[in-house]
Each structure stands twice: as structure tokens, then as C-alpha cells.
Ligand binder design. Structure first.
Ligand code: ACO
Length: 322
């Protein structure tokens, strides 16, 4: 049986940094409030002219290098993003051109913060069905462009970044299962209430930015992520103690701690990077994965549980043997 195995990881954060203290200067907040409620210390922000595909390309090249392959070996490109460069072509097609890759399928997936887990699930199915042998799966966002910088309840939470993996057909086990879900009834809790189909004349400075009822999203996220942990373990007939590393979506340290408690995992076995970059939406899971692979925490053969929750609502998990 053919498996889909991660053979390379990469990530990229823009050089420009906004600390909590920087935010204190223009919005009514404090470093203490942000740290205590979210765990975030700073976020990286794309400068003018720097776009999602720029970030995606840096992360993708790092992942391709770490897999020891050439861009031209890639035969599928999937980019998860909520902040594409263009209405079309897709960010995946723009990235394909940057990488000088031609002819293979390339498309975007939009599942907000769960986007990377969705993209991984889709790419895995391409590989297991024999349609692809080497997929590039990227999560890349410039969420800063969707923020109302006068709204302290959202602008302190998000940041820009990109993460990527190379997923290859292998005889050795890799991804063991993916679990993807959505429930469209919750739009009012988390959304950007503007879309192309409404016509550009309907867009204004406020309705084109993120709106969130944070407290309600928080409770839904904690409960839903607890359930998906159970679903993933049951599907693989595994115990909580079998998991070596939890690699969660990096939205809020309190949500991450609640999921770790549910798994009875000590925080030493949980990859936490939210302090470094805030919520980077689709980029956050591959960013955390790449960080822990590069610093040597995650070792070959270990069992990883990736999970995410985001706008839609969407949520999902991936269990994999690294
Ligand atoms: N600085 C200071 N005070 C603030 C700030 C701020 N940045 N933001 C809100 N407050 C105030 C509120 O006005 C409120 O004041 P009040 O008590 O006088 O009314 C108080 O702090 C408490 O507000 P809450 O919203 O109840 O605070 P809470 O503890 O819920 O924390 C937070 C808010 C951090 C947003 C939290 O609810 C959260 O993390 N929610 C989940 C967000 C998330 O995970 N999203 C994931 C998906 S994102 C995606 O898909 C794009």
C-alpha cells in the first residue's frame, strides 16, 4: 500500500515585527492583557509590496530543500490561504510559476485556520490514489491585510507567515488518517462580511475586515478540538499516551492548553509557537511543525497529532508517523 509521508518542511516569517508594546501605542490594549489572554508576544507583518505568494515561495523553497528534491520534481501544488494575491489566478498557480514548475495541477483551498489540515488531507488522497507522487502543500497568509487596526478585539491576535511541507509517496507509513469537518451555521461568530460577489462598490474600510465574537469562538474551539482528538484516536485504535507530539493550530495558548489537558499531554510534548507570531491562520500548523522539526524536538518515527479550528466553522486533524 502506498503511503503519503512528509519528507521536508519549511517556513517563513516576514522580517517586520510588531510587539505588544508597539500595539499599545495605537490601540487601547496592554502587553499584559494580550499575554495573559492569548500567550502572544509579537506578530510578523508583511511590508507594503510583500504578498502571500512571496511568503509562500520562501516557505516552499525551504521545504523543497529539506526534502532534498528539485522544484521540478513536484507534481501537485496545494496552497491553503484566506488572503490570496489575486481573485485569480490562484496563489498556487502564482507559486507554481515562481518555482518554474509547469503542467502539474495547482489550486488553492480556503478553510481559514483549518486550511493547511484540509490541504494536507486533499494532497494525501491524491498520493494514495496514485494521481501524484510528490506534493507541495503550503499554508500562507497575510492576515494583517484583513485587520481593522482600530479594533482591539481582533487586531492583537493575528499575524502573517507561511509554512510548507513536501508530501511523497512512500512504502513507509506517513499520514495515518485525516479528519475534516465544517458547519456553516456559525458565520456570525467569525467572518469577513464582504465578498467579490457583492460587487466592489459594497466594500468599505470596515466590512472588508475580520469580525469575531471571540468569547463564543473560544468556547466552540475548545469543545470541538476536544471531540476531534477523541475521533482521531478512536479511528486509529490508539490511546492518548501513544501520541508523541501535539502540533496544534496556534491561535491562543489557552485553547492549546485545554486541548493538551484533554489529551493528558504535558506541555513539554506540545509544540507552541503562538508567542512568536500570533494567529497566522492556515500557516500556523506548518510553521509550528517546521519549528519543532528544525530544532530537533520532533524525530523520525514519532507519532504526531495536528489539529486546527477556524472560520466557517471548519475544523480538522491529521495523525501521522513522521
Ligand atoms: N486589550 C485589552 N482589553 C481587551 C482587548 C484588548 N486587546 N480585547 C478585548 N478586551 C476587553 C473586552 O472589551 C472585555 O472588556 P469588558 O470586560 O470591560 O467588557 C474584556 O477584555 C474581556 O473580553 P473577552 O472577549 O471576554 O475576553 P476573552 O477572555 O474571551 O479573550 C480572546 C478574548 C483572546 C479573543 C479569546 O476569546 C479568544 O482567543 N477567542 C478565540 C479566537 C480564536 O481562536 N479564533 C480561532 C479562529 S480564527 C480564524 O479562523 C481566522
Amino acid at each position: 500500500m502506498t503511503h503519503a509521508r512528509i519528507t521536508g518542511t519549511g517556513s517563513y516569517l516576514p522580517e517586520k515585527v510588531l510587539t505588544n508594546f508597539d500595539l499599545e501605542k495605537f490601540v487601547d490594549t496592554s502587553d499584559q492583557w494580550i499575554r495573559e489572554r492569548t500567550g502572544i508576544e509579537k506578530r510578523h507583518v508583511a511590508i507594503e509590496g510583500q504578498s502571500t505568494v512571496d511568503l509562500a515561495e520562501r516557505a516552499a523553497r525551504n521545504a523543497i530543500d529539506s526534502a532534498g528534491i528539485k522544484p521540478q520534481d513536484i507534481d501537485l501544488i496545494v496552497v491553503a490561504t484566506t488572503t490570496p494575491d489575486r481573485i485569480f489566478p490562484s496563489t498556487a498557480c502564482l507559486l507554481q510559476s515562481r518555482l518554474d514548475v509547469h503542467g502539474c495541477p495547482a489550486f488553492d483551498i480556503q478553510a481559514v485556520c483549518t486550511g493547511f489540515v484540509y490541504a494536507l488531507g486533499v494532497a494525501e488522497k491524491f498520493i494514495k490514489s496514485g494521481s501524484s507522487r510528490r506534493a507541495l502543500v503550503v499554508g500562507a497568509e497575510t492576515l494583517s491585510r484583513l485587520l481593522n487596526w482600530n479594533d482591539r478585539s481582533t487586531c492583537v491576535l493575528f499575524g502573517d507567515g507561511a509554512g510548507a511541507v513536501v508530501l511523497e509517496a512512500s512504502e513507509e507509513p506517513g499520514i495515518l488518517s485525516t479528519h475534516l469537518h465544517a458547519d456553516g451555521d456559525y458565520e456570525a461568530l467569525l467572518r469577513v462580511p464582504y465578498g467579490v460577489s457583492q460587487g466592489f462598490e459594497a466594500m468599505d474600510e470596515v466590512n472588508s475586515k475580520i469580525e469575531m465574537r471571540g468569547n463564543e469562538v473560544f468556547k466552540m474551539a475548545v469543545n470541538t478540538l476536544g471531540r476531534i482528538v477523541d475521533e482521531t484516536l478512536a479511528a486509529n485504535e490508539l490511546e492518548k499516551t501513544d501520541i508523541d507530539w501535539l502540533v496544534p493550530h496556534q491561535a491562543n495558548i489557552r485553547i492549546i492548553q485545554a486541548t493538551a489537558r484533554k489529551l493528558k499531554m504535558p506541555m513539554e510534548r506540545v509544540v507552541v509557537t503562538v508567542q512568536e507570531h500570533g494567529n497566522t491562520s492556515a500557516a500556523s500548523v506548518p510553521l509550528a511543525l517546521d519549528t519543532a522539526v528544525r530544532d530537533g524536538r520532533i524525530q523520525r518515527g514519532e507519532l504526531l497529532l495536528l489539529e486546527a479550528f477556524g472560520g466557517g466553522f471548519t475544523w480538522g486533524s491529521a495523525l501521522l508517523r513522521y
